[in-house]
Design a protein around this ligand. Structure first.
Ligand code: PHE
Length: 459
């Protein structure tokens, strides 16, 4: 039954996939979440754990997800159902579908902030403001329920409109054009940021691992960030792999996507960290960090408003190409498994995520009980923070462990390797892939989860 139904689709070329895959991977995860989390968990040591996770765990998991998708031509639930019929593995796929819905809810809220910031930079709101005033602009914006829910609504609507167009017309076209421009503005920001007076302290914080700063919680956050940034653990890459043609080389596609994604995240760190210290801001500020830091940097750049506007436009585009890949997971599930039309599937997935996003949008000052929802280790966390930790961190870690165990031990590396070899005639790294997907990735992730259970105090 491995045929493409008319509601599905296929990438037009390998470059098309790499750009769409990179479009999924590169987004708020790199530019908003990576510096924010690195700042909260101690800088350099966090970055080191993040990089090691990508090399040792994520690359193999990414290849595994793409392989599952291309082999079955299915959404995550369908993929597990086909390869392990009548087993509990389908719940792993279902976890991915639920995670997609959980992540898309708060993702759209933060993406909505970028829309607000396009407007603010265009109208020159930040010109002549100092760091403290720039911070109060952010607070006033996010604690205004009409602004935050409104921007969230606009962003989700935009995403749904693109998804109605389907995979090729919708996703690929957008990713192709604007990613390179984002890279250029990012490099410019890095240059300005590292040459600010007082940048050295921030550079040291970012580059030099201070292992004393790293907590168990920080390790989990770093591994979780690696999965989040590469769009792994919830079936996005299974779904995207299912639109990939048999002729393509899965290994090199995965290496390309992972390298581009990591490059952008590292650059974002270089753009943010030095500036935090140069402007005397707090690296552990949380969700608002880049929205408070970057307008300060733009104020120090010639034609700053212009570059600032360009940056937030591109960040919005990067966010849209990621958000469509998140919403596509529940949508593909409804299309394949519930036989819905694309239109209905996208509407249900998008509206559902929009509704859960409302309390997230209200949790940055609008509603106090949502803003200070729980106390975790003395820090008060809001609804958005909590969704980010549960779905953006733990769910993805568990989902990725599941993928590694499934491909390594249940479906089997022989079959996975045969699928990989289809588009890769010179594929000779069978044993290396087998070693990483059967042992390194699952043992590392399982060890982390076991430590979490045995030594909760360290976390
Ligand atoms: N990787 C995306 C980003 O960095 C977010 C994402 C997470 C996309 C999980 C798909 C799945 O913005």
């Amino acid at each position: 039954m491995n045929t493409q139904s008319s509601e599905r689709g296929v990438w037009s070329s390998k470059l098309g996939f790499i750009l769409a895959g990179a479009g999924s991977a590169i987004g708020l995860g790199n530019i908003w979440r990576f510096p924010t989390t690195a700042g909260q968990y101690g800088g350099g040591a966090f970055v080191a754990v993040y990089l090691v996770s990508i090399a040792l765990i994520c690359l193999a998991v990414m290849i595994a997800e793409l392989t599952l998708g291309r082999h079955t031509l299915r959404n995550p639930v369908g993929a597990y159902n086909e390869l392990a019929p009548r087993s509990s593995w389908k719940y792993l796929g279902l976890l991915g579908v639920i995670t997609g819905w959980g992540i898309s809810s708060f993702y759209s809220v933060v993406a909505g902030w970028t829309l607000g910031y396009i407007f603010k930079t265009v109208t020159g709101v930040f010109t002549d403001l100092g760091p403290a005033e720039i911070e109060s602009v952010f607070v006033a914006f996010t604690s205004n329920p009409v602004a935050s829910i409104g921007c969230h609504a606009v962003f989700m609507t935009l995403t749904m409109l693109i998804l109605y167009g389907g995979v090729k017309a919708g996703i690929e076209k957008w990713s192709k054009i604007l990613m390179p421009v984002l890279l250029v503005i990012l490099v410019l920001l890095v240059i300005r940021s590292v040459t600010l007076e007082g940048a050295a302290e921030g550079l040291a914080f970012y580059i030099k691992p201070n292992w004393g700063n790293l907590t168990g919680e920080g390790v989990v956050a770093a591994v979780g960030q690696a999965f989040f940034s590469l769009s792994l653990g919830m079936g996005t890459m299974i779904t995207y792999g299912s639109y990939l043609s048999k002729k393509e080389n899965l290994v090199s596609s995965a290496v390309w996507v992972a390298s581009l994604d990591t490059l952008i995240a590292l650059l974002a760190g270089f753009a943010i960290m030095p500036a935090i210290f140069a402007f005397g801001l707090d690296p552990a500020k949380g969700a608002g960090l880049i929205f408070v830091v970057l307008p300060n940097v733009f104020n120090k750049i010639f034609l700053g408003n212009l570059f600032g506007t360009g940056f937030f436009v591109l960040l919005a585009v990067a966010a849209v190409t990621s958000l469509i890949s998140i919403v596509e997971v529940p949508a593909a599930y409804f299309i394949d498994e519930k036989k819905m039309s694309r239109k209905k599937a996208v509407t249900i997935s998008g509206l559902g995520a929009f509704l859960v996003g409302i309390p997230a949008a209200l949790s940055l000052g609008s509603v106090d009980s949502l803003t200070n929802l729980v106390q975790i280790r003395g820090k008060s966390q809001g609804f958005l923070d909590l969704m980010n930790i549960i779905f953006g961190q733990y769910s993805l870690i568990i989902g990725s462990l599941g993928v590694a165990v499934f491909v390594g031990w249940k479906w089997g590396v022989a079959k996975a390797n045969a699928e990989i070899a289809e588009g890769h005639p010179k594929y000779s790294a069978q044993a290396v892939f087998a070693f990483f997907i059967r042992f390194v990735a699952p043992i590392a992730v399982a060890a982390l989860l076991i430590c979490l259970i045995l030594f909760p105090d360290a976390f």
